[in-house]
Design a protein around this ligand. Structure first.
Ligand SMILES: Nc1ncnc2c1ncn2[C@@H]1O[C@H](COP(=O)(O)OP(=O)(O)O)[C@@H](O)[C@H]1O
Ligand SMILES: [Mg+2]
Length: 626
């Protein structure tokens, strides 16, 4: 007799439930998605004991007919999809017809529902997949689903659940994302008898973010609303005040569905790159709208992952949308008035032990050299304050700036009298406008910071960070326009590599060329560099080449991000350091170039380059005004 048997329906459901229903939070997600698909405008969710003992979802959606209710609990029973073609045009969250069957297989479920047209409602009670009771039931329009004792008949799964509080956190996480996915639905979420949050359902996403994350987050949001190529991106980006140590504060929705997708996360983070410090992740809530035909949601039973037809294009569009929004929202950060800290520090000082320690002999202390402001000190003060921007002609600086960045030699193409610049494809150079008004240099302190004044504020510039930003953008422009300045070597530099390193060099030969390298195979493990980029500050070309190769290897296929890091490295090596004495002219030049950067406010590593304090604030500090 054969030993292979077909499994009965109930066992199949129990096994399959493992894919869809991992934990109580998955039940909440599936049931709320059903309520959303049913067109509800109000959904209330109540859980007890982390959802293990009790989950109740109440909606005012269109309800289910009594004829359909039993069928709804069968595997692959769905009202949302009837043919394969429709899979490409899905607008509902559910379509696999698995959730109710899976939930019913591993818990005790009661469903009560009434449609608009039926006179009375209907109730069904199922335990472990078996219908125990059903019949007519008086109730208002809509659906109530109550789940008790999750995994009561699968003790092994029950054992794998985390503590009630942890499970409860998973549910909160899901509920937050569901609420943000549909700001037009009013959600109420109660856990162990306490209201966790409620949303208004008025379509205002910011209001939902306020309800789920609170005031501090909402105060630090940047609006995003952008259409590019075939997608529309709307939502909010967090500024650096609310960046986090993990990715838990990132939510992406595609056509109203909460999803996780590495391409999108990578694109957003790439756009933030030079604005956040290392190991910080941005806060964001993004709604992406795209023709359903371009995305496949049917790659995983929980439907949390999606595939795009063209991942590259998605990356590019999202990157630019986010980047543009961030740049236009950038500003010089205020010096924080940490009065409490200040008072605490003052109190710590023991005055009786303090002696006046002012050196009069400047010669003996080199440190004070940094404080001599400049040859033109008086000049900068003579400018009537309000006239500073007028006295300096922006156009002059603009012109000067342009020539500054012109690569050596004229490599532009002429068509008749019209000259096409050789870097016309380059977006960065086309928008060279100053991001803040001209500043008058006052001097350098600690050989590290430049003090400057504007009409209403005093500015402090970190010379290294600012210069790094200037070089980074210059190298980026040069790179994009094939214009990295390079130098032929009379004697080539011969370097040794492992087989895989050599392979990586020749796989990326095009990138190296753009960076200014001419590379030749020198036989065996060797490679000859015939030409190297001219990098200011003259870093050792061998060391630099190895660093570049390391970046390419580290970032594997993501050459774009490797190039970015390489350009940082080059910029960092080129920039003036802290403790470098600058002349007045150099400081003026540095600030002028900074003004014309695309993002003058942060160094490529995300640290601020410039901070300011208003004169009003100064006057308050000196108690001239209250
Ligand atoms: N809250 C609800 N209101 C109205 N109909 C519902 C609700 N929940 C489930 N249904 C019906 O039950 C069917 C099966 O649900 P489900 O198993 O989640 O599969 P799917 O959502 O993939 O269609 C749905 O297609 C829908 O017709
Ligand atoms: Mg469903």
């Amino acid at each position: 007799m054969g030993i292979i048997k077909l499994l009965d329906e109930n066992t199949i459901n129990k096994i399959a439930a493992g894919e869809v229903i991992e934990k109580p939070a998955s039940i909440v997600k599936e049931l709320v998605e059903n309520s959303i698909d049913a067109g509800a405008s109000e959904i209330s969710v109540e859980v007890k004991g982390g959802g293990i003992s009790y989950i109740r979802i109440v909606d005012n959606g269109k309800g289910i007919n009594k004829e359909d209710m039993g069928i709804a609990f069968m595997r692959h029973a769905t009202s949302k999809l009837s043919s394969e073609q429709e899979l490409n045009k899905l607008v509902t969250l559910g379509f696999r017809g698995e959730a109710l069957a899976s939930i019913a297989a591993v818990s005790k479920v009661e469903m009560i529902s009434k449609t608009h047209d039926s006179i009375s409602g209907y109730r069904i009670y199922i335990e472990g997949g078996k219908i125990i009771e059903e019949g007519e039931y008086g109730c208002p329009e809509g659906t109530v689903v109550t789940i008790r004792d999750v995994f009561f008949n699968t003790p092994a799964r029950l054992k794998f659940l985390k503590s009630e509080s942890k499970e409860s956190m998973y549910i909160t996480d899901i509920m937050q994302n569901l609420a943000m996915s549909h700001s037009n639905i009013s959600f109420k979420y109660i856990s162990n008898g306490k209201l966790v949050f409620a949303t208004r359902g008025d379509g205002d996403l910011k209001g939902v973010i306020l309800a789920v994350y609170g005031k501090q987050i909402v105060k630090n949001l940047i609006d995003l609303n952008c259409s590019r190529d075939f997608i529309t991106v709307k939502g909010y980006l967090g500024n650096s005040n609310i960046s986090r140590g993990s990715r838990n504060y990132q939510s992406t929705f595609i056509n109203g569905r909460y999803i996780k997708n590495k391409t999108i996360t990578a694109a957003v983070e790439a756009a933030y790159k030079s604005m956040l410090t290392i190991n910080k992740f941005p806060f964001f809530v993004l709604h992406i709208y795209v023709n359903p035909e371009f995305v496949d949601v049917n790659v995983h039973p929980a439907k949390a992952e999606v595939k795009f037809q063209d991942e590259q294009l998605i990356f590019k569009s999202i990157y630019h949308c986010v980047k543009d929004a961030l740049i236009s929202a950038s500003h010089v950060p205020e010096i924080e008035d940490d009065r409490k800290e200040f008072i605490r520090n003052i109190q710590k000082v023991n005055y009786s032990q303090q002696k006046l320690d002012i050196k009069t002999d400047i010669e003996t202390d080199k440190k004070y050299d940094g404080m001599i402001a400049n040859e033109n000190l008086t000049n900068s003060y003579e400018l009537p304050r309000k006239d500073i921007p007028l006295n300096r002609n922006d156009d002059i600086y603009y012109e000067k700036d342009k020539t500054q960045y012109e690569p050596e030699g004229d490599r532009s193409i002429s068509v008749g009298n019209y000259k096409i610049p050789n870097n016309f494809e380059n977006e960065v150079t086309t928008k060279r406008v100053p991001k803040f008004g001209p500043l008058a240099v006052v001097g350098q302190i600690h050989f590290t910071y430049i003090i400057a004044e504007g009409p209403d504020d005093m500015y402090i510039i970190d010379q290294h960070a600012a210069h790094e930003r200037i070089y980074y953008e210059k190298y980026l422009r040069d790179y994009k326009s094939f214009g990295m300045q390079k130098q032929n070597l009379i004697v080539p530099i011969v370097l040794e590599f492992s087989v895989s390193e050599k392979q990586a060099i020749f796989d990326n030969i095009e990138q190296f060329k753009r960076l200014g390298y001419e590379i030749e195979d020198f036989g065996g493990n060797s490679v000859a560099l015939r030409c190297v980029p001219i990098i200011y500050g003259n870093p050792d070309p061998k060391v630099l080449f190895y660093e570049i190769l390391e970046q390419i290897n580290l970032n594997d296929k993501n050459v774009l991000s490797a190039i970015d890091k390489i350009l940082y490295t080059m910029a960092c090596k080129s920039a003036v350091k802290a403790n470098d004495k600058l002349s007045y002219k150099e400081m003026v030049e540095l600030i002028e170039q900074l003004r014309f950067c695309d993002n003058p406010y942060n160094c490529p590593h995300g640290r601020p380059t410039i901070i300011k304090m208003s004169y009003i604030e100064l006057e308050k500090k000196f108690k001239r005004i209250q």
